[in-house]
Design a protein around this ligand. Structure first.
Ligand code: F6P
Ligand code: MG
Length: 491
């Protein structure tokens, strides 16, 4: 079915089949959207960062071939930046041997070869990172180079206090769970539910909300946690909260005595966010709320901080020799002539416990990574059943598929400019009820699209300081300060 230009902008194409997303797509031409700012202000900065990183890597190598290729990559990135800043048409991606290139170029044609400042935001942003990746994949010396790798590791290193705090609490928590509990069934269930919520909130915000009270599973402490100020504060900014529904799905599967209970986590960012994803995964396995966890990383460097398999290995390596990792001065520390405080023996032991615990699950096959190129294609997850039927079947095996972060949420909802009161189950289209997939989105808002809100909620948030007011811009949703935790029952 041929679509007119307007419909084309609202349609999500796959294998010739059009899935009509019944709302306009977020566009870089929309002056009120974060797309407009991203294309004009943020993307040039990101490309400049990549250029600087390659320059630095070139200066650090003596291999002549690698230097020459690095200079060519810098030129290609500079060309991309020039085209972007001068609102040029997006050019077809060069073949690099991967099957997704054809899909990107077919969509580019379907969109009428648009220019950077008037193109669906989701496609253009995915295209940007896929095009950067071709500069490396088409090289010989830089094929596996991660142009964002340097900053991913340095942000993890700089999260040292929160890493140590969580390691301490996790160690105590898992050790407590191992002990015979003298509590009633009801007390243990209540504690487990509260801990699930706390762990998900830590995973959502990528920080330790209120771990001070996690030192023991005593009923009183857990109740204190439920009512604690920090918890109330962090929950205040979760404007849609379906965590209980997600917990009930896992609890029911456990109660029904299902032998294999898989949970999938479609990952977002590396570093501390991957660390808290593993804390959640380890908790789910230790609490028996899941029997195996599948982690879905990206296959190429993506949206600056997203997880590629090498980031998982680097995190486990850091935990395997924590003293070496945390005592090596970072580049900034080297420049400042300072050396980091060495870890105490207790801190080393607690990080080593994490390493043993997680690598143990990994060795047993209870925690595994499963890459799929679908996650770095240019379209929304509305296409998943038709574009990646095998992946769809795999996700149906799961009790719960957790999608982390803002980009995954945009892809779930087609990055559509929905009425914010649109039900989440409607906005995720083919992955909604009847899809066979139980979806949980853990999303800190960093883009315009938001659904599932109560009447008046969006207006209330817009009216707040920096909320966007009556400018038409939903600025409150750009800051990462607000979050939605949305569940769709697919089974
Ligand atoms: O907020 C800008 C942005 O690049 C969005 O375009 C994108 O969805 C988001 O950041 C990525 O954030 P996250 O890592 O949470 O998916
Ligand atoms: Mg990300």
């Amino acid at each position: 079915m041929e679509c007119d230009t307007k419909t084309r902008k609202n349609s999500s194409l796959c294998n010739g089949q059009r899935l009509i997303i019944s709302t306009a797509l977020s566009s870089t031409a929309d002056k009120t959207s974060f797309a407009y700012i991203s294309a004009r202000d943020r993307w040039p900065i990101i490309i400049t960062g990549a250029i600087d990183d390659v320059h630095r890597a070139v200066s650090e190598t003596t291999d002549e071939d690698k230097r020459e290729e690095g200079k060519r990559i810098v030129e290609e990135l500079a060309k991309l930046k020039y085209e972007l800043q001068h609102d040029r048409k997006l050019s077809p991606l060069p073949e690099d041997g991967q099957p997704d290139i054809a899909g990107y170029n077919k969509e580019l044609e379907q969109l009428g070869t648009p220019s950077w400042f008037d193109v669906p935001w989701l496609y253009a942003e995915c295209y940007l990172y896929r095009r950067v990746a071709t500069s490396f994949s088409l090289s010989s010396q830089w094929k596996s180079y991660d142009v964002f790798g340097r900053q991913k590791m340095s942000t993890f290193r700089s999260s040292r206090p929160a890493v140590l705090e969580l390691a301490n609490r996790y160690h105590e928590l898992i050790s407590q769970m191992g002990k015979k509990s003298d509590k009633s069934e009801e007390e243990v269930n209540t504690a487990e539910k509260i801990l699930f919520m706390e762990m998900c909130e830590i995973c959502l915000w990528g920080n330790a909300t209120d771990l001070s009270l996690l030192t023991s599973l005593t009923y009183e402490d857990i109740q204190k946690l439920q009512g604690s100020e920090a918890r109330k504060a962090s929950e205040k900014n979760i404007i849609v909260n379906d965590l209980e529904k997600a917990y009930d799905v896992l609890k029911k599967a456990k109660k029904d005595g299902k032998k294999d209970r898989q949970v999938d986590i479609v990952l977002d960012n590396a570093g501390f966010e991957l660390y808290v994803d593993l804390i959640l995964a380890g908790f789910l396995l230790s609490a028996g709320l899941a029997t195996n966890i599948i982690l879905h990383p990206k296959s190429i460097p993506w949206f600056v901080s997203d997880v590629v398999p090498a980031d998982f290995a680097a995190l486990l390596n850091a935990l395997a020799s924590p003293q070496a990792f945390y005592s090596t001065p970072s580049d900034d520390e080297k420049n400042a002539g300072t050396t980091p405080e060495p870890l105490s023996q207790k801190e080393i032991d607690e990080l080593s416990f994490l390493f043993q615990n997680w690598s143990g699950f990994h060795a047993e096959g209870q925690l595994m990574l499963r890459s799929n190129r679908f996650w770095t294609e240019g379209g929304s997850f509305w296409r998943l059943p038709t574009a990646a039927p095998r992946l769809h079947e795999d996700l149906k095996e799961s009790e719960l598929v957790i999608f982390k972060g803002d980009l995954n949420y945009r892809k779930l909802t087609g990055d559509g400019m929905w009425d914010p009161t649109t039900p989440f189950t409607k906005a995720i289209g083919p992955l909604g009820p009847g899809s066979g997939v139980n979806v949980l989105a853990l999303r800190t808002c960093k883009a315009d699209v938001v659904v599932g809100l109560k009447e008046g909620e969006d207006e209330k948030l817009r009216a707040m300081e920096e909320g966007g007011g009556d400018s038409g811009a939903r600025k409150w949703a750009w800051s990462g300060k607000w979050a939605v935790v949305s569940f769709s029952p697919g089974k």
